[in-house]
Design a protein around this ligand. Structure first.
Ligand code: CMC
Length: 433
């Protein structure tokens, strides 16, 4: 069968470039413009990569128009219902669901590496007492490159695999340490007799003076939240990890670079913004006022946690997390202050019935519910982006692994449309007017 092509013609010179059309498993066909510069002496221009595919990937597929999200072909709804976060990690890394023996071995390998070098624990004291946890996470994750550098051979698949396991294993420990440092509590060491999520909650909430008994509903809510954040194909932080990795940088430093990107409010900061908004709304009675503001074109206020750039139908993750969120809130002890949660649930109820939101397909997104879940779990707002990173770490490292094995792998180096000055001669300072 002949490869389909698209012919691009330069209407000035009459030259043409025959560009192969690549056919994906799902999604729009992709024009391969690699030879465009050779054929026509031209680049393509696409700020924000709105229509540019930068890599081949077989990890995640998402269709924003249809509201679909698959990991290795499995719909996110099925993974969230039946799987565990560690099993999803295995799937993202190795492409298949594990057998029981494979899973047990993987779980052991991850748990075995959950501790961090004792010297890492001393790094924290260099941070300002009120440092944002993301600034600490960026630093300590980057610092792991000093522990795993010389001995790490990026060309060796065994070393790369070990790196992936180390990243997944150490993320919860580092995240919990950031929290403990912020509140002035002693660090809690990982406990390998606990499951991945329970162990994280234990490192967050236990204390030498008191035992923490994890609540199974809370554990499941966090597990689902982590599964839903595990990967989202070539988003900004993942693309950052790939770009840094394409230069052959240390993978722990690449993950730190991904963290930096995630920290931006346009990416990983939305769940925190939801809580700020709910705190501003205060009580359900104030909701109509805020809805009116969100609809007012002269007001910059938007309902945080509503709408999505890619999902114009519904975010498939929202349906799953909505149920988990409602279950968790229904299960919360009576002594918990539920005013904030009442406000959130009433806001959801009013907005989804409002013509403005229906017309524009503005549904509550995953961040709306994840913010509420995290709050209900007792995790402070400043830790929310760290929690997103905890889930996304596997996506970053799975995409890095895939890139390192890709035969097309080369350093990422975009081109540009230069619009600056033409060549000119240097003028000595005394002659400048
Ligand atoms: N509240 C009120 N109106 C909104 C909202 C909102 N949250 N979102 C969009 N609109 C309106 C917007 O004013 C516009 O109206 P009109 O057509 O009358 O001018 C219309 O809906 C389309 O908006 P848009 O800005 O063109 O949509 P977009 O795809 O560029 O923006 C978005 C997507 C997520 C940036 C936006 O919906 C938003 O700002 N939402 C609130 C912030 C938020 O929750 N962000 C988290 C997104 S999920 C992150 C992830 O998956 O990692």
């Amino acid at each position: 069968m002949t490869t389909p092509t698209v012919t691009i013609t330069d209407n000035i010179t009459g030259k043409t470039s025959e560009c192969p059309v690549l056919v994906p498993t799902y999604g729009p066909r992709v024009i391969d413009t690699k030879d465009l510069y050779k054929d026509l002496g031209m680049f393509t221009h696409d700020p924000g990569f709105m229509t540019t595919s930068a890599c081949r990937s077989s990890i995640t597929y998402l269709d924003g128009d249809e509201g679909k999200l698959f990991h290795r072909g499995y719909p996110i709804e099925q993974l969230a219902e039946h799987s565990s976060y560690l099993e999803v990690c295995y799937l993202l890394l190795y492409g298949e669901l594990p057998t029981r023996t494979q899973f047990e071995e993987f779980e052991y390998q991850v748990k075995f590496r959950s501790n961090v070098h004792e010297r890492v624990n001393h790094m924290y004291s260099g941070y300002m007492y009120d440092a944002h946890p993301m600034s600490i996470m960026v630093g300590v994750m980057g610092a792991l490159s000093s522990y795993y550098h010389e001995a790490l051979d990026l060309k060796d698949p065994v070393d790369r695999d070990l790196t992936a396991k180390r990243v997944i294993a150490k993320m919860p420990t580092l995240a919990a340490q950031c929290y403990k440092y912020a509140i002035g509590h002693p660090f809690v060491y990982p406990n390998n007799s606990l499951g991945y999520v329970e162990n994280f909650l234990n490192m967050m909430f236990s204390h030498p003076m008191s035992t923490y008994i994890p609540d199974p509903v809370a554990v499941r809510a966090l597990e689902v939240m982590l599964i839903l954040h595990a990967d989202h194909e070539q988003n900004a932080s993942t693309s950052t990890v790939r770009l840094a990795g394409s230069a052959g940088a240390n993978p722990f430093a690449c993950i730190a670079a991904g963290m930096v990107t995630l920290w931006g409010p346009a990416h990983g900061g939305a769940n925190e913004a939801v809580l700020h908004m709910l705190n501003e709304i205060k009580t359900p009675e104030n909701i109509p006022k805020f809805i009116a503001r969100a609809k007012d074109k002269n007001d910059t206020f938007r309902l945080m946690g509503f709408g999505h750039r890619v999902y114009k139908n519904f975010d498939p993750r929202s349906r799953v997390i909505r149920k988990v969120c409602h279950d968790l809130l229904g299960h919360m002890p009576a002594n918990v202050n539920t005013r904030l949660f009442d406000t959130a649930m009433t806001l959801e109820e009013i907005a989804v019935k409002d013509e403005y939101f229906i017309e524009r397909k503005l549904y509550p997104n995953v961040d709306f519910y994840s913010g509420i879940i995290l709050k209900a779990l007792g995790i402070p707002e400043s830790m929310f982006t760290v929690m997103f990173g905890l889930g996304r770490a596997v996506g970053w490292i799975a995409q890095w692994l895939e890139m390192m094995q890709d035969p097309d792998f080369r350093i990422g180096r975009p081109r540009q449309l230069y619009v600056g000055s033409r060549q000119r001669d240097y003028v000595p300072i005394e002659q400048r007017g």
